[in-house]
Ligand binder design. Sequence first.
Ligand SMILES: [Zn+2]
Length: 81
Amino acid sequence: MPGLAATMAPVLFKAGCPDCRARFELSASALRLAIGASRRTTFYSFTCPECGSSVRKPAGERIVELLTGGGVRTLRLHTTV
Ligand SMILES: [Zn+2]
C-alpha cells in the first residue's frame, strides 16, 4: 500500500529532447505517463520547452515507479482489477 508523505517536496525530473538536444528539468505536471498492457506500450511523454516538440520515451519499471512516486499523471491504457 503506498504511503502518503506528509511533506512533499516538488520533484523535478531530468529529461532531454532528442530533436533539439536540449536538457532540462520538468516538474511532475509537465509529464504524462501511459501504462499499457506491455512494455512497448508503456511510455512517458512531455513537450520540449525549448522547441515545442512532443517527446515520447519508453518507460521501464523503474521509471514508472519514479514517475508515479513523483506525482506524474498516469494514464492506464489497459484495465486491471
Ligand atoms: Zn526540443
